[in-house]
Write a protein that binds this ligand. Structure first.
Ligand code: AMP
Ligand code: GLY
Length: 428
């Protein structure tokens, strides 16, 4: 049976979206690809549209005028804001395949308290926790004074990756608690705070695509969040990534499936939470066993830049099977090659940084893939347009070989203030 070719609208503007655009465009099932708003890299694979990812009315207009068949939201904001329900409740749009959860399902990422309660109901291993608001503030303070340190405080809602504090002392914990609830540091996002036990272990990211009943497992990855070499300095959106993860062996991944992925997918279905899309499990391995640190309702960035190049399947075909509830019919294959991505960033990032620096050398790159993050075009030039600028992904026999290619190619690229970590994958 022949499948109709699909018009696809991808939402987002980062390295994740550039990677997804590359992958979607390589599918024989892709007719036209549009990216809103996209960047200089995504325009190689499709047509960029000047539409913000949360401008649902403009997205509706684009879906109608461009005859969109599949909508893939890259970042969490449109999902948490309910793009799925918006499409499915509109008779003109409801035929569109949306690769992402309902607003309720997106609460797995949009509310830390929601996700902790979900894990508790389904016996999914995670750090012990309590939740507090202004209503039981004094109780929260008293509780914090009894907690061993370090202790973790999390703003309940989306806080652009900044809502987590690992307090080393009780005083620091009390200050962070006050800042979040009384001083409304993250506005409504921190009107509720989750306080949870500190878990000491090594982190990794695991991804599935689910149709709500079945799922396929994508390659796992590890990202490097700190700005400085040796995992020092401020947190960033991610300075690089590797896949596969050497410590995620078959026995460990079996535990991840049985204790975490299966109960999550089954739990969503049992609770009638509509979820067809990616689930990102932020995990930590403690004494050999997996725990959930967080759920995200989308792919990771920069993990996508190593996960998707190792996925050998046609992504459009997988999204269509997802829509039909038939992902059990898919056989997913992961490339035996390893992938390593190095992120080039702007000088000063994650603090303030300049935009608009001319980028050179990209045409000299061979044997690596360049996934644009913060870039745009100015006349005939490609210029920087964000903190994270460009991911250089390479495949190789092992992580070291892959990263050696990425580093070789990084040395060919130039823009004012260019910085990158030279130790991605250093521990393997
Ligand atoms: P989250 O936004 O929940 O992913 O948290 C951001 C980062 O904080 C995680 O990637 C971890 O490095 C760290 N973190 C969060 N929760 C914990 C925890 N319970 N124990 C140790 N580290 C944590
Ligand atoms: N790399 C972590 C994230 O995408 O949230």
């Amino acid at each position: 049976m022949s499948v109709k070719m699909q018009n696809i609208l991808l939402l987002g503007a980062g390295g994740r979206e550039c990677t997804l655009a590359w992958k979607l465009k390589n599918s024989p099932l892709c007719a036209h690809l549009f990216i809103a708003p996209g960047n200089a890299g995504t325009s190689q694979y499709g047509t960029n549209l000047p539409i913000a990812v949360t401008d649902f009315n403009a997205i509706k207009e684009a879906c109608l005028s461009l005859n969109i068949d599949i909508l893939l939201p890259g970042p969490e904001d449109p999902l948490v804001a309910g793009i799925y329900d918006f499409i499915k409740n509109d008779p003109q749009l409801q035929h569109i395949v949306v690769a992402g959860p309902s607003k309720e399902g997106a609460q797995l990422e949009g509310s830390k308290a929601f996700s902790k309660r979900f894990m508790e109901r389904h016996n999914i291993p995670t750090a012990a926790y309590r939740e507090f608001t202004a209503d039981n503030y004094a109780e929260g303070e008293a509780y914090l004074k009894t907690c061993p340190t370090p202790i973790v405080l999390k703003a309940d809602g989306l806080a652009a990756g900044k809502g987590v504090v690992i307090a080393q002392t009780t005083t620091e914990a009390l200050d962070a608690f006050k800042a979040m609830i009384q001083d409304r540091q993250f506005g409504d996002a921190s009107s509720k705070v989750v306080i949870e036990q500190f878990l000491d272990g090594i982190e990794l990211s695991v991804f599935v695509l689910t149709d709500g009943t079945h799922y396929v497992l994508l390659p796992e990855a590890k990202d490097y969040k700190r700005i400085g070499e040796g995992d020092t300095g401020l947190n960033t959106g991610g300075m690089g990534a590797i896949s596969p993860v050497p410590f995620a062996d078959a026995a460990f991944m079996q535990q991840v499936k049985e204790r975490i992925i299966d109960p999550t997918v089954n739990g969503l279905r049992a609770e009638n939470i509509t979820y067809q899309g990616f689930i990102f499990f932020g995990l930590i391995k403690v004494n050999g066993e997996p725990y959930v640190i967080e759920y995200n309702c989308r792919m990771g960035d920069p993990e996508t830049e190593v996960v998707i190049p190792r996925l050998e399947n046609d992504l459009v075909a997988l999204l269509l099977l997802m829509h039909e509830g038939k992902l059990h019919e898919a056989t997913v294959t992961h490339s035996p090659q390893a992938a390593g991505a190095v992120m080039l960033v702007a000088g000063g990032y994650p603090g303030s940084y300049a935009k608009g620096s001319i980028m050179t050398g990209m045409k000299q790159v061979t044997d690596s893939m360049l996934f644009h993050a913060g870039t745009t075009t100015r006349g005939n030039d490609i210029v920087t347009n964000g903190g994270r600028v460009l991911a250089i992904t390479s495949l190789g026999a092992d992580i070291k070989a892959a990263l050696a290619k990425s580093y070789q190619n990084a040395s060919l690229i130039h823009y004012d203030g260019m910085y990158y970590r030279r130790d991605i994958g250093w521990e393997f």
